[in-house]
Design a protein around this ligand. Structure first.
Ligand SMILES: Nc1nc2c(ncn2[C@@H]2O[C@H](COP(=O)(O)OP(=O)(O)OP(=O)(O)O)[C@@H](O)[C@H]2O)c(=O)[nH]1
Ligand SMILES: [Mg+2]
Length: 273
């Protein structure tokens, strides 16, 4: 979505389940508005947070005018057969984007395109490379051609549906995904307790929630070094994102088993109120 919109809206890392929410990236031109909607990857839920993530993915099936199903040259094509079955029953146009074609060769790609075409006969299969910007313009062209006429959904100046605090939390989560291993990033949620914009500076207080006491120690690290690194990197990105100096305070707290608590998931914005 970032490459299509031309803005860094969704965080992206090499780890699975980076995206947890449904995030809109709005493209405005003089005569058109395209609302892209990035969703979590499709998975079989093991705990309540993952159920909420799958609900976000499923919701795109009910309201999108065009469905862009993004796979890549590494993912096996029948990984999400239940979801693909639902995609095949869509009445809206479906584009299957096979991403990361920079990592394969022509023969393998041709075979993969055929496999996808068999699975989704009415879909248009488009090989792309998001990082290599290959075929991205073609995807945009097809989206423009396929979009139905409609009044704009959002104000012309709006570029996302999410508030500033959301991006603070996501930028933090990106750094946590990058710097901690195993279960740690998946056990973390970041809450922005204060976001106070002054003329020259934004004052932010962020709370990193973990599920257990032992994870708190790992997040903080020896002599606080791990947390310091993450906070420094996050602050640098936040300054770039908001174009202002950032004063950042970070705390780590335990919220036992928050990923499995309906109440906590609601307070973190994963479920409707
Ligand atoms: N080689 C290569 N890597 C890519 C390309 N596009 C994206 N990536 C990398 O793939 C990784 C995953 O990117 P994400 O945007 O987080 O992927 P996602 O599908 O949104 O994943 P989740 O949010 O975790 O479901 C990142 O490390 C990207 O840099 C590409 O065209 N070629
Ligand atoms: Mg993502």
């Amino acid at each position: 979505m970032n490459v299509l919109v031309g803005e860094r809206i969704s965080i992206a890392t090499f780890k699975a389940q980076t995206t947890r929410h449904r995030i809109m990236g709005i493209c405005n031109t003089d005569d058109m508005q395209i609302v892209f909607s990035d969703t979590p990857g499709v998975l079989k839920p093991n705990y309540k947070l993952q159920e909420s993530m799958l609900n976000f993915s499923n919701s795109a099936l009910t309201d999108a005018d065009i469905l862009l199903y993004v796979t890549d040259v590494i993912e096996i094509s029948d990984k999400n057969s239940d979801f693909i079955e639902k995609v095949s029953r869509q009445t809206v146009p479906v584009l299957v984007l096979i991403n990361k074609i920079d990592l394969t060769n022509q023969d393998k790609l041709t075979e993969l395109v055929e496999t996808w075409q068999k699975q989704l006969p009415s879909a248009e299969i488009i090989p792309i490379s998001a990082t290599g910007k290959f075929n991205v313009d073609y995807v945009l062209k097809r989206v423009r051609e396929l979009l139905p006429d409609s009044p704009p959904y959002f104000d012309k100046n709006q570029w996302t549906d999410k508030p500033a605090r959301f991006f603070v939390s996501e930028i933090f989560r990106e750094k946590i995904l990058l710097y901690y291993d195993k279960e740690i990033p998946y056990s973390v949620e970041v809450m922005v307790e204060q976001f106070k914009e002054e003329p020259k500076i934004i004052r932010i207080r962020a709370i990193i929630y973990v599920e257990r006491e032992s994870q708190k120690g790992i997040i903080i690290g020896k002599e606080g070094k791990a947390l310091k690194k993450v906070a420094t990197e996050a602050r640098r990105d936040l300054e770039r994102f908001f174009g202002k100096s950032i004063y950042l305070e970070t705390f780590v707290k335990v919220d036992k088993d928050w990923r499995s608590s309906e109440k906590e998931l609601r307070s973190f914005g994963y479920q409707p109120d």
